[in-house]
Design a binder for this molecule. Sequence first.
Ligand SMILES: CC(C)(COP(=O)(O)OP(=O)(O)OC[C@H]1O[C@@H](n2cnc3c(N)ncnc32)[C@H](O)[C@@H]1OP(=O)(O)O)[C@@H](O)C(=O)NCCC(=O)NCCS
Length: 127
Amino acid sequence: MLPEEPWLVAIRRMAMPADTNAHGTIFGGLILSLIDQAGAIAAQSKGASKVVTVAMDKIVFHEPVHVGDLITCHAAIQERGRTSMTVCVKVEAEAPSSLAKDIEPRQVTQAEVVYVQVDDHGRPLPL
Ligand SMILES: CC(C)(COP(=O)(O)OP(=O)(O)OC[C@H]1O[C@@H](n2cnc3c(N)ncnc32)[C@H](O)[C@@H]1OP(=O)(O)O)[C@@H](O)C(=O)NCCC(=O)NCCS
């Protein structure tokens, strides 16, 4: 299901040598961390206060990311529940030099993440 709300550019970051796995491409755990942060930023920018991640779903890694690539996470609210928000996150990668050449970025990963708004005791709080 595609989100009806507009996409927000939540995070942009360069992939560095310290982010690599044993094969020399970017470690999937870094991308998961960026997805989690980007989704939380989107949820909080749409009115949620304190949120925790309850589920990460349908994560697909389409293409590898390389050292020096610019990683951009776009996030959009897909669904609102009573205390939860489902956020769709798509991750793009591109060489910074392709920005000047107007080359389309590669869509490397997408995911759906569910956040729950919680109170100061960590209990679900209606949105
Ligand atoms: C998130 C948390 C507070 C929810 O507590 P809970 O007792 O399951 O609460 P509820 O059953 O009332 O569910 C709250 C909401 O979460 C949703 N939810 C719960 N489990 C879910 C799951 N596996 N997938 C999707 N949504 C889920 C419910 O549908 C509900 O949404 P709604 O209010 O919009 O209808 C609790 O599970 C928790 O603290 N988890 C750890 C969160 C965390 O630390 N995350 C960081 C990663 S380590």
